[in-house]
Design a protein around this ligand. Structure first.
Ligand SMILES: C[S@@+](CC[C@H](N)C(=O)[O-])C[C@H]1O[C@@H](n2cnc3c(N)ncnc32)[C@H](O)[C@@H]1O
Length: 254
């Protein structure tokens, strides 16, 4: 895991730029919309929201209507600045921005608990996932909703195989190590089943999980075509969700 201090300013500027471009792309926008709609389908209103590794707030933005208090935590100051700049002054008072490591934020937090926790594309970067999920539980209200988005090992192996990169696919299957180009970090990937097992050991109850990825198989065949035409879909159906690029776990604190 990288720490804030190990990144020079230029590097983090580059990370923020790349992530901003991703979030603004049609893929990025669709991803945020799909995830948001699933969270909203559980409950209409959330009053106290914790967004861990908020980035530029791509999903969080959508919760800014109505009476709400949001804690947005990220270790890269440039992400928080970009997030801040993107919201109107009258909405700014609804968000507390914290430039902190999420684990240290969670272990020192003593304030009012949360009724929604967003953990989107960050659990992949956390070394000890069970401890982290335990810490999350400590800041959650009863019946709190936890929305977790993670990467899927199967999807990356399939992606490489479809491109004809057989050696790379086999190597990834063996090592599970994946280099995140956007963040310049190596992370370990897990299969959907392994993720389910990680959650089983915690107090969180998964009530729904879905895959977020491309449904139309033919689009995989041509990377060029895929980046222009493909649309992200969200589905709870097998085998689609087993091989989707992202997995969305909806959990509750029983
Ligand atoms: C892939 S981005 C996801 C951003 C946002 N959650 C989204 O889904 O659009 C991961 C974010 O988590 C932040 N991050 C990763 N590990 C972190 C940590 N240990 N503490 C705080 N922020 C972290 C990164 O700085 C980055 O902004």
């Amino acid at each position: 895991m990288f720490s804030q201090c190990s990144h020079n300013l230029k590097m983090t500027d580059n990370i923020v730029k790349k992530y901003n471009n991703y979030c603004r792309s049609s893929w990025g926008r669709r991803r945020s919309k799909l995830i948001y709609s699933q969270i909203k389908s559980k409950r209409k209103k959330y009053h106290r929201i914790l967004d861990l590794g908020c980035g530029i707030g791509a999903v969080t933005h959508k919760f800014l209507n109505g009476q709400v208090e949001i804690f947005a935590i990220d270790r890269i100051p440039g992400m928080l600045n970009k997030f801040k700049k993107s919201i109107s002054p009258k909405l700014k008072s609804k968000i507390y921005f914290k430039n902190k490591n999420v684990s240290s934020f969670l272990s020192s937090y003593r304030g009012e608990k949360f009724d929604l926790i967003l953990c989107h594309n960050i659990l992949d970067y956390i070394e000890n996932k069970s401890d982290f999920l335990y810490l999350l539980h400590k800041v959650a209200k009863k019946r709190c909703v936890l929305s977790v988005v993670v990467m899927n090992l199967y999807a990356e192996i399939i992606r490489k195989a479809r491109k004809g990169e057989w050696i790379k696919a086999i190597e990834l299957n063996r090592s599970r190590r994946y280099h995140s180009n956007n963040f310049g970090e190596d992370i370990t990937l897990y299969t959907p089943n392994e993720w389910l097992k990680i959650f089983e050991k915690t107090k969180w109850n998964i009530y729904k999980w879905s895959g977020v990825g491309i449904i139309d198989e033919t689009l995989y065949k041509n990377e060029q075509k895929r980046s222009i035409n493909s649309e992200l879909k969200l589905s709870e159906l097998y085998p689609y969700k087993e091989q989707a690029i992202l997995i969305h776990f909806m959990c509750s604190n029983p």
